[in-house]
Design a protein around this ligand. Structure first.
Ligand code: ATP
Length: 367
């Protein structure tokens, strides 16, 4: 007898057209639904056996469970799943313009108004997740996808998302190093962390959108700034260097300060982000310029992804004692604002010429 044609399997229903992207766990393809001609993104997880494969499958099950329960205009929708012999396929809504940051680099332009447009949507999407006790845990530029040139965005990649109980906390170390919240790095204390980690990561992305480079980076390492990425994050040590931040308004700086607050209890919540004056601001700011942004963004290579789930990330880092020194200058830039969570000045004071320095010494209590 001739073999019966499988009309239910993935390949019977979809044609794969090309690759859209690749992550650490899956490859994403463009697929056309044969019956309708509609385009979708298909995320394929290869089935293999070997070390780490079990946790990968568990992660995938978690991603499917979260995606199935999620329905919001700013969250990527799951249409279907297929468990085939060569892999598991997730059929997802297509984001035709791909990653937000690739688009920014291509267009060489992202104003404060455009940034606000994107962030109102992201705040609303994350608010939706948080209200359902879901923490995304991996918000970063590669996971913010663009639907159209009007800047409609969707949050993707729920591989690390976790449904948390109202009273329970999650302590697994996960996320991408540059975007992880300090409390995630404090694993030695087994500190509990919650929804606030998403606000921190959004704060990092907001900072990047407004100036074109990240607030925390190993590349910022210098004699003036002898701190590793993890130390910078744990101390909340970043600044708003001139000229990149000169044209950005104070409300944006204030919001970033509040999102990148090391103390979880004091960090702004997603509801407060939505109500913040920068978010609710209607008028186009007179300082809404892209000066200095183009070059900075074009110089960033977002394809260079650092390994994720770096469980050894902080094992080499010792605790540090932080002492803060503030000097006041008579006039203007350069403005250095470090160690932001200790008696931080207002954005206005910063611009008026306060210079802060942070002195870090090994903590004698720590051996
Ligand atoms: P990670 O390494 O971040 O865990 P992953 O293996 O879980 O990644 P995704 O981040 O979901 O995979 O997808 C990888 C890339 O594929 C994205 O960064 C994006 O470029 C592209 N991509 C994913 N989903 C879509 C979509 N729905 N539409 C268009 N492109 C997509």
């Amino acid at each position: 007898y001739p073999r019966r044609r499988d009309t239910h399997g993935f390949k019977a229903q979809y044609n794969i057209q090309g690759q859209l992207g690749k992550g650490h766990f899956a490859t994403v393809y463009l697929a056309i639904e044969k019956n309708t001609g509609k385009r979708f993104a298909v995320k394929k997880f290869e089935k293999r056996s070997g070390p780490g494969e079990r946790s990968k499958v568990e992660g995938l099950q978690q991603e499917i469970a979260v995606l199935k329960g999620v329905s919001h205009p700013n969250m990527l929708c799951l249409k279907d799943t297929f468990d085939e012999s060569d892999g598991v396929y997730l059929v997802l809504e297509l984001a035709p313009e791909g990653e937000l940051f690739n688009w920014i680099v291509k267009k060489q332009k992202l104003t404060e108004v455009e940034t606000r447009k994107v962030f109102v949507q992201l705040f609303q999407g994350v608010k939706y997740l948080h209200e359902r006790n879901i923490v995304h845990r991996d918000i970063k530029p590669e996971n913010i996808l663009l639907l159209d040139e009007k800047l409609s965005v969707k949050l993707a990649d729920f591989g690390l998302a976790k449904i948390i109980g109202e009273a329970s906390f999650t302590t697994t170390l996960c996320g991408t190093p540059s975007y992880v919240a300090p409390e995630i790095l404090e694993q030695t204390n087994r500190r509990r962390y919650t929804r606030a980690v998403d606000v921190w990561s959004l704060g990092v992305v907001l900072y990047i959108c407004l100036c074109g480079f990240p607030p925390f980076s190993d590349e910022l390492y210098s004699t003036e700034n002898p701190y590793t990425l993890s130390q910078q994050i744990r101390m909340g040590r970043f600044d708003y260097p001139s000229p990149y931040w000169d044209s950005v308004g104070d409300p944006a700086l204030d919001l970033i300060d509040k999102m990148l607050t090391v103390d979880v209890e004091k960090r702004i919540t997603i509801d407060e982000c939505l109500e913040h004056p920068w978010t609710t601001q209607q008028a186009i700011s007179v300082t809404d310029s892209t000066d200095g942004l183009t070059g900075a963004l074009a110089g960033l290579d977002f394809s260079k992804r650092k390994p994720m789930r770096e469980r050894t990330l902080l094992s080499s880092i010792n605790d540090v004692k932080v002492e803060r020194v503030i000097e006041t200058q008579d006039e203007g830039p350069p403005v250095k604002v470090w160690d932001k969570n200790r008696n931080q000045p207002t954005p206005k004071e910063k611009k008026a010429g306060h210079v802060e320095r942070t002195v870090v010494e090994p903590n004698p209590d720590n051996g």
